[in-house]
Design a protein around this ligand. Structure first.
Ligand SMILES: [Zn+2]
Ligand SMILES: [Zn+2]
Length: 367
């Protein structure tokens, strides 16, 4: 029997979300119907709200869902009705990179996460005025119910609030995974984070948990820097137009071992690259608006330095979400300190707070 759900629908690029009723089909083979209890808002949602990126409208976004499994389609064995789950990004499971344990670089990533369609080409939802695109990141969780896949549905134990679980599906995974998986610093190595939003602060918490030092936070916002210090940053740099490379080298004269950039701002990345020690690595995580270009001094790379990107923290969610949760419980990853909750109907207010900087990780509650 089809499911009637309440969802936040984006009708117009750059416009607000409207709360409306949609109908979801029953879960097909490999699919999982989830009663969503909470969904975080990530800057990727805001990016798609404002830039096309291959996503047709009207569309239900939301890709940090957490809730309880209601029903499963044929062939699903990993989760069952009643399981508490976190939803993450979708991947095919059979392409060369999925087969090489790198599902974040799945050959079908765009089709499965951005196209608005199910793999069979059908439109997953119907609204009052016709078809509504969905399946965003294999979930579309700005809604009371979501159709996900067995592969991107991660069963969790314990009784943490869904508002604590939801952000593990993308933002926290992206920040923490970049440190724990992509860069893998040893204890005592230095790491800086430019941009202390939720992804940057997740990276910072992961670096602190890894025993890095110095751990440097860089941001334009003094309040964020104070929060970063309370989360374990040993040094903070206010980005007020000063020479960031010189400011980093004033702390680590030989240069920094690792820098995680979440700003996507050209001069910040250029300065970060120039602050790297020989063989240091800079990971860029921001999705930048179309047309963005950055310039670097290429001679900097001759020191064996690496400028690289990473998606979803190079993490396989089935393993990484339980790992983050375990470290959260051990007090090493207090990401719940970044969360501010809103009702689903307050989605536009929550996005405004995130853009303005007063909310770091807004999480929508569905009931
Ligand atoms: Zn794949
Ligand atoms: Zn995201």
């Amino acid at each position: 029997m089809p499911t009637i759900a309440t969802a936040a629908i984006l009708h117009q690029r750059g416009g607000p979300f409207g709360i409306e009723t949609v109908t979801l089909a029953d879960p097909g083979p490999g699919q999982v119907l989830v009663k969503v209890h909470a969904c975080g808002i990530c800057f990727t949602d805001i990016g798609v709200q404002n830039y096309e990126q291959g996503t047709p409208l009207p569309h239900v976004l939301g890709h940090e869902g957490a809730g309880v499994v209601l029903a499963t389609g044929p062939g699903v064995t990993r989760v069952a009705a009643g399981d508490r789950v976190v939803l993450s990004y979708a991947s095919c499971g059979s392409c060369p990179r999925c087969s090489a344990a790198a599902p974040q670089y799945c050959a079908s990533f765009m089709a499965l996460n951005y196209s608005g369609l199910l793999p069979d080409g059908s439109v997953p939802m119907a609204g009052a005025d016709g078809p509504v695109y969905g399946g965003f990141f294999g979930q579309s969780a700005f809604a009371s119910h979501a159709l996900a896949y067995e592969r991107n549905t991660v069963k969790v134990d314990g009784d943490e609030p869904f508002s604590t679980l939801a952000p593990l599906g993308c933002g926290m995974q992206t920040g923490a995974g970049t440190v724990w998986n992509s860069l893998a610093p040893r204890a005592g190595q230095s790491l800086a984070v430019s941009g202390t939003g939720s992804v940057g602060l997740a990276a910072l918490m992961a670096a602190v948990a890894s025993g890095c030092g110095p751990v440097i936070a860089i941001d334009r916002n003094p309040e964020r820097l104070a929060l970063a210090a309370s989360l374990g940053a040993t040094h903070t740099i206010l980005a007020d137009g000063r020479d960031l490379s010189a400011a980093i080298r004033a702390i680590v004269p030989d240069g920094i071992d690792f820098l995680v950039d979440t700003t996507g701002v050209g001069p910040v990345i250029r300065a970060g690259l120039e602050a790297l020690t020989a063989r240091g690595q800079l990971a860029m995580l921001a999705v930048t608006p179309p047309g963005t270009e950055i310039t670097i001094n290429p001679n900097v790379l001759l020191g064996g330095r690496h400028l690289r990107g990473a998606v979803e923290g190079d993490a396989d969610p089935q393993a990484f979400i339980p790992l983050m949760l375990a470290r959260h419980r051990a007090g090493q990853f207090p990401h719940d300190r970044l969360v501010t909750t809103y009702r689903l109907a307050q989605i536009n207010e929550a996005i405004a707070a995130m853009r303005q900087g007063s909310a770091i990780k807004p999480v929508l509650l569905m009931d």
